[in-house]
Design a protein around this ligand. Structure first.
Ligand SMILES: Cc1cc2nc3c(=O)[nH]c(=O)nc-3n(C[C@H](O)[C@H](O)[C@H](O)COP(=O)(O)O)c2cc1C
Length: 402
């Protein structure tokens, strides 16, 4: 409360208003754990954040009145356990002073000497680096020793004083300037893509050509392997035969450059040119699963995490892209009874002049599909792409009908 003559504006902030307003900022919830004198201790924390990549640092802010934090401090190391959406009760236990916090809780001891909860969505093993004073709280900086994704489940969220969960819904790539136009298209068709992914039980991506890369600008649906890296924002090098579903709709000079970047033989180049014609006639494209494609996807996935050596990850991806064989894309015949192992299928969303606005693709299809089953997915994808075109022709800058 303000004293007479105290004019500092912060002194007038009322604690109810402070909590109310700050409660409008959502946070995740972690349980910070440690071993003190042989006993596990822990507390629920919403003030966790990553701080620095090099060196790797994270932070959390315990209140000075916490009885658990002095024990974590004397342990000298701690683990951060990200709480899952289904673990509200676990969280409540760790937020209650004096509770038997570890009763019935499954945990194991990390190399750093801290308890890692078996149900953690992800965990980060730390040593205490520094502790700073900050009003009625402390800022604890932890140096990361090790970290991993645990269950990979959806996280628990805390917002306006209550628990909630993240709607998987639609996610868009962070707005780099070269993505602003495709992101505007994606905004116009989110619900359509959500409905498609939901009804087919697959992941649906919206991709855009940016320079000589194909970028995932929007994604919806449950990933087949939630523990893997998020693919949103990933940039795949456009090297023939990769991205044939998009390249089929570009200018001949762009197609020639796409083929030139590959290391395909003359015969394969001819095959790729024929497949571009097929893609245009069919209106869809198929990529079959191959070791080369999976290796490339893993390298592309590393781009997002390799912020320090991102350039290297890009180069790896480009090299691996050059090993994908022409025969793995767009088979000449789609036979109803043949079993295919499909990595993804795609269909274009074109503007009134037939130029590519977005490439829609489906991932996470059943591992093996007969041609007839595959056709069912392709029909649905093409219907979605046609509906997307109808919706996007109303977006400013897109006039007329096809
Ligand atoms: C969602 C949520 C977030 C919390 N975030 C923090 C936090 O950032 N810092 C903190 O000191 N306490 C936080 N708490 C409260 C502590 O969990 C709680 O005060 C503590 O575990 C119980 O007291 P103890 O530390 O004396 O055992 C949070 C509680 C909940 C439910």
């Amino acid at each position: 409360m303000s004293e007479a003559g105290d004019t500092h504006p912060l002194a007038r902030v009322d604690s109810v208003a402070f909590r109310n307003v700050l409660g409008h900022f959502p946070t995740g919830v972690v349980i910070v754990t440690a071993i003190d004198e042989g006993e596990p201790v822990g507390m629920a924390v919403g003030s966790f954040t990553s701080v620095s990549l090099d060196p790797p640092l994270v932070a959390f802010l315990p209140t000075k009145s916490s009885t658990s934090f002095p024990r974590i401090r004397s342990a000298g190391s701690f683990a951060v356990n990200v709480v899952g959406a289904a673990d509200e009760e676990l969280c409540r236990g760790f937020a209650t002073r004096g509770a038997d916090k570890f009763g019935g809780v499954d945990w194991w001891l990390s190399d750093g000497g801290s308890p890692v909860l078996g149900r953690a969505v992800a965990w980060i093993d730390c040593d205490i680096d520094t502790i700073h004073e900050a009003g009625d709280h402390l800022i604890v900086i932890g140096r990361v020793l090790a970290l991993a994704v645990g269950t990979g489940d959806d996280p628990l969220l805390f917002f306006r004083g209550g628990y909630g969960r993240f709607e998987q819904g639609f996610r868009t790539a962070p707005g780099r300037s070269d993505l602003l136009v495709p992101l505007r298209y994606v905004d116009g068709i989110r619900q359509l893509l959500e409905a498609t992914a939901e009804s087919l039980g697959v992941e649906c991506f919206a991709n855009a050509i940016v320079g000589d890369e194909l970028v995932i600008v929007g994604s919806t649906g449950r990933p087949a392997h939630p523990v893997g890296l998020s693919r949103i924002g990933q940039r795949m090098p456009l090297v023939a035969p990769l991205g044939a579903g998009a390249m089929a709709w570009t200018e001949p000079a762009d197609q020639a450059a796409w083929i030139e970047r590959s290391r395909l033989s003359d015969d394969e180049r001819a095959a790729v040119r024929a497949s571009l014609r097929r893609v245009r006639e069919r209106g869809w494209s198929i990529a079959l699963a191959s070791h080369e494609l999976l290796a490339l996807e893993a390298a592309v996935g590393r781009q997002g995490t390799a912020i320090l050596d991102g350039q290297q990850a890009d180069e790896d991806a480009f090299e691996l892209a050059r090993y994908v064989e022409a025969s793995t894309h767009d088979p000449e015949v789609l036979d109803d009874d043949t079993v295919y192992r499909v990595r993804n299928v795609s269909a274009p969303v074109l503007d009134a002049e037939g130029r590519l606005l977005l490439l829609l693709s489906l991932y996470g299809l059943p591992r093996e599909l007969t041609g007839a089953q595959l056709r069912g997915y392709l029909d649905r994808l093409c219907a979605t792409a046609a509906e997307a075109e109808r919706l996007l022709h109303d977006v400013p800058g897109q006039q007329g009908q096809r």
